[in-house]
Design a protein around this ligand. Structure first.
Ligand SMILES: Nc1ncnc2c1ncn2[C@@H]1O[C@H](COP(=O)(O)OP(=O)(O)OP(=O)(O)O)[C@@H](O)[C@H]1O
Length: 574
């Protein structure tokens, strides 16, 4: 049994992780969180919220998981969200071509074309691991789960493959919410769906998983000089740069260099202060949830791995016993690619007006309404038309003026109704204006977290086997049960006192569990195994002087405190 099997065994027994649909034989790529697993995962998510919402000042949004075709067409997912697939000619089992090659030969398949993968399979005579059969040609497989909206399937859609697009789609609203003052950003936590070809890595590669993503919109001219960077500049991190990954003269240990963020930016290893700052936020979060610092490194994407539009991208990789280093977070500078793509496809203006230090002159349309005519035509809605015209961006205004000139009319769609505007309703003339700013399409820094992989690593990094016990050394922030409360014996009023204390802890928002079965040592062991940081025992002394024994999980130290100090003591410690 390796560590992974031991952890999966413990997590099954103690209610952390269960195979989904088990009574129907199970399906690879799906896992349930049991009672303690669900609390653990929620604690991870709530700690994440604390970092990004409370500390960083972003706000959370919550969009649908069913996403219309047009959105994912515009984002490039319909064309490009694919993995290379090979199928066995005999048993018809499917595999990811790049994974099957890497399992057989010591090569890196990152960025290889279908043709190159095909050649690698042929050259190395790689065959089906299940039956030894030959493979069909390598092809591409789109990972999105297709669905349709409404009866008859007229409206094509997909289950979202990432949460990020929901934020880009609502960019205009988010920008308004923040009164268009850059930098601003939104986060989203929720399910993402990927029809992974052959998920053979247990909980690491799921077909339905939880992501926590943020899109932080910034003025691209401020990336180099990012205000908040000062507070993290001395943080030292293990960095595996793109350059070192490609340097064959270095051993794998030598490739990872510990360096302060300010040095990394100064030496051009990290592209700029803005992305460096969000790398630091990632590290702070991972430390708080109990990730082992020695099992964390930041790996830069190689040029052929990075999307063509990305300016820099770093993955937080966590070390696991069975699967080695796995990507758990990606922090990317995606430039203004997504906003430009949605602008082009939706026709909406997704720019933001930023104030400049110096004034300058621009040309813009000014509209004068024929109020009499407009009032007579649209009655009570005339005001809506007036307001909607004021909100038109330059592009839409050009469209309107041109349509009125060439066709004599223009249909303006608003939330309330459509207005058919005739030429005689208004005059539009170009005027020169002095402005103290300009419109820009913000750039975006995106941290993208895989919550399930992280939650698994939290369990693996917390897992310890001492001679006489197994302990989940969870950090206080994430441990599912905070306190175990035991009566030493089931008589003399001890169970009642213990039960009262458990209830009092719960009334104070702390998850406490009562346990009165078996020897006290075994009860401590049970709580150690699920990572409960404190246990409290009601014993003979309690009856005499109202004091209780507190036992700490990690040190196993025991000491007494008055029963009425238990709640403040635990709250303070947590
Ligand atoms: N199939 C999956 N199961 C669980 N988590 C996943 C899965 N795919 C991606 N993630 C998580 O979501 C995060 C962001 O997704 P991203 O699109 O960057 O992953 P990716 O590069 O496609 O991952 P991989 O290369 O492992 O397939 C990843 O860092 C990872 O933690």
């Amino acid at each position: 049994m390796d560590k992974y099997d031991k952890i999966i065994d413990l997590t099954k027994r103690r209610g952390f992780l269960w195979n989904s649909f088990e009574i129907y034989g199970g399906i690879a790529g799906f896992f349930d969180y049991g009672p303690l697993g669900a609390i653990l995962k929620n604690n991870v998510i709530n700690t994440w919220r604390k970092h990004y919402i409370v500390n960083e000042g972003f706000y959370e949004i919550d969009s649908p998981t069913v996403t219309p075709y047009e959105v994912l067409k515009a984002s490039g997912h319909v064309e490009n969200f694919t993995d290379p697939l090979v199928e066995c000619k005999d048993c018809l089992e499917s595999f990811r071509a790049d994974h099957i090659i890497e399992e057989n030969v010591d090569v890196d398949t990152e960025g290889k074309t279908l043709q190159e993968l095909q050649e690698m399979i042929e050259k190395n005579n790689i065959r089906c691991p299940k039956c030894g059969g030959e493979f069909k040609e390598v092809s591409t497989f789109n990972l999105m789960f297709a669905t349709s909206i409404g009866p008859g399937g007229k409206r094509a859609a997909f289950m979202r493959p990432e949460t990020a697009q929901g934020i880009f789609i609502q960019f205009k609203r988010i920008s308004q919410f923040f009164r268009n003052k850059l930098p601003f950003g939104a986060v989203q936590i929720g399910k993402a769906y990927r029809n992974e070809i052959s998920p053979r890595q247990g909980v690491i590669r799921l077909r339905e998983f939880t992501q926590a993503e943020g899109e932080f919109f910034i003025d691209s001219r401020k990336k180099e000089n990012f205000e908040k960077f000062e507070s993290v500049k001395d943080m030292v991190l293990p960095l595996l740069s793109g350059k070192n990954q490609e340097d064959e003269s270095l051993s794998s240990e030598e490739k990872v260099v510990k360096m302060s963020l300010s040095d990394a930016v100064k030496n051009g290893i990290i592209a700029h202060e803005a992305i460096a700052y969000y790398i630091a936020v990632t590290k702070k979060f991972l430390m708080e949830i109990g990730i082992d610092e020695t099992k964390l490194r930041f790996r830069q994407h190689l040029p052929n791995e990075m999307a063509h539009y990305a300016a820099d991208c770093w993955d937080a990789e966590l070390y696991t016993d069975r699967y080695g280093w796995i990507e758990c977070v990606g922090v990317a500078d995606r430039t203004n690619y997504d906003l430009l793509a949605h602008m082009k496809n939706s026709g909406d203006d997704l720019s933001v007006f930023v104030e400049l230090d110096e004034e300058h002159e621009i040309e813009a349309y000014e509209i004068e309404l024929n109020y009499k005519l407009v009032g007579r035509t649209f009655k009570g809605d005339a005001k809506v038309l007036e307001e909607s015209l004021k909100e038109l961006d330059d592009k839409k205004m050009e469209e309107l003026v041109e349509a009125l000139e060439t066709e004599g009319k223009y249909v303006l769609k608003t939330c309330k109704r459509d207005f058919e505007i005739l030429k005689e309703y208004l005059t539009a003339k170009k005027v020169k204006k002095i402005v103290k700013g300009e419109k820009i399409i913000p750039h975006v820094i995106e941290p993208s977290y895989g919550i399930d992989r992280i939650t698994y690593c939290v369990m693996e990094h917390a897992f310890k086997e001492d001679e006489d016990r197994t302990v989940m050394g969870f950090s206080n922030a994430v441990s599912p049960i905070k306190v175990g409360v035991f009566p030493l014996v089931n008589k003399e009023g001890m169970p009642e006192i213990a039960m009262d204390l458990k209830n009092k802890l719960r009334e104070n928002g702390l998850i406490a569990e009562y346990d009165d079965s078996g020897a006290i040592g075994r009860r401590y062991m049970r709580m150690d195994e699920v990572g409960t940081p404190f246990c409290i025992t009601i014993d003979g002394e309690t009856l005499k002087d109202r004091s209780v024994t507190i036992r700490e999980r990690d040190s196993r130290e025991q000491f007494r405190i008055p029963i009425n100090e238990v709640v403040p003591y635990i709250k303070d410690k947590l």
